[in-house]
Design a protein around this ligand. Structure first.
Ligand SMILES: [Zn+2]
Ligand SMILES: [Zn+2]
Length: 330
């Protein structure tokens, strides 16, 4: 049904690629993160809720078609449908049904609740291709409300010390999830770096309830940011832009913050462990729920997860990824 090619996973029957790395004629996209949705393809097909995010990334001239979750489309002899993956707005598992049986490509997914996207929907398959960004037993997530309470405590502490709180997070998914989760504990306005604003706007247009957000740059030079919470992309860290924020504490919100060595190496004042990916237990029960008799593993810690599955008697193998950059949205 799907084969590995230099451009990515290819379905020969329907002549389309799933999350191709290079420009192709027809790209089927699981979600809008940069390591899955690459520019330059002639036509894109994705879940309806992903269309606006892709359009923001690729521009108005791009040919992008959206399918509602659960609707099917016949391409060649392959029936294709999208099902919620619970990762970010519009994220989808891709289900393919044809002569090769039923295949499900998970894309990135999580099982934790998230007010900014449709919850993961278990889909059964003969062959399940799962992500494994956090495919090691050390990765186990805390409850989201506890992480948000921690984050709020850090912000309040910085406010009391007249310091700015700078929270680094990914621009698609994590920023909006934090802004949505925070509505449960505060109604304060949050400031955001200019790079954050377009994607926050797309989420708001999609009806996602989030804290009010103001551009961090609109303040006159020399104005105080003391007590404010500022969301910024990691790429802004250490740039001159940071100087205007004055005396500040910085933090990163990511599943990567689970590992003490990473926290220390990256030298953030604080790390909040909140991930948009499945942790180790969630990967395992999702794989079990798929009912698949063959599991292919890709992205992140693919080898350890594939090895573990093989030891458990599940037919399993690794699919390599050509993506060389940092994963996004972890
Ligand atoms: Zn990814
Ligand atoms: Zn992703």
């Amino acid at each position: 049904m799907l084969t590995e090619t230099p451009d990515g996973l290819h379905c020969a029957d329907g002549d389309f690629y799933i999350d191709p790395w290079a420009p192709v004629e027809r790209a089927v996209i699981t979600h809008a993160h940069g390591d899955h949705a690459r520019p330059g393809s002639a036509a894109y097909l994705c879940a309806r809720a992903s269309v606006r995010l892709l359009r923001r990334r690729f521009g108005d001239d791009c040919v992008i078609e959206g399918l509602e979750y659960g609707d099917t489309r016949l391409i060649g002899g392959t029936r294709i449908s999208f099902h919620p993956a619970g990762h970010v707005l519009g994220s989808a598992q891709v289900r393919l049904e044809g002569a090769g049986g039923v295949w499900v490509v998970s894309g990135d997914y999580k099982r934790a609740e998230d007010p900014t996207c449709a919850p993961f929907e278990p889909v059964t398959a003969n062959t399940f291709i799962t992500e494994s960004t956090f495919g090691l037993p050390i990765y186990r997530w805390d409850r989201t409300d506890e992480v948000i309470a921690d984050l709020m405590g850090w912000w309040d502490q910085n406010r009391a010390a007249t310091m700015t709180s700078v929270l680094f997070c990914y621009t698609i998914g994590k920023a909006q999830r934090v802004l949505a989760e925070l509505t449960r504990v505060t109604d304060r306005t949050v400031l955001a770096h200019g790079m954050m604003l377009p994607m926050i706007e797309v989420y708001r247009e999609a009806g996602i309830h989030m804290l009010p957000v103001a551009p961090a740059t609109e303040r006159p030079r020399g104005a105080s940011y003391a007590g404010e919470l500022v969301l910024a992309p990691l790429s802004a860290r250490g740039t001159p832009w940071m100087r205007r924020l004055g005396n500040h504490s910085d933090a990163f919100v990511s599943g990567l913050m689970r590992v003490r060595g990473v926290r220390r190496q990256r030298a953030f004042d604080r790390g909040f462990v909140l991930s948009d990916h499945a942790d180790w237990p969630a990967l395992l029960y999702t794989i079990a729920e798929s009912g698949a008799d063959r599991v292919l593993v890709t992205h992140g810690h693919a080898e350890p997860l594939a090895r573990y599955l093989t030891e458990q008697g599940v037919e399993s193998a690794v699919i390599r990824t050509a993506w060389e950059g940092e994963p996004t949205g972890d």
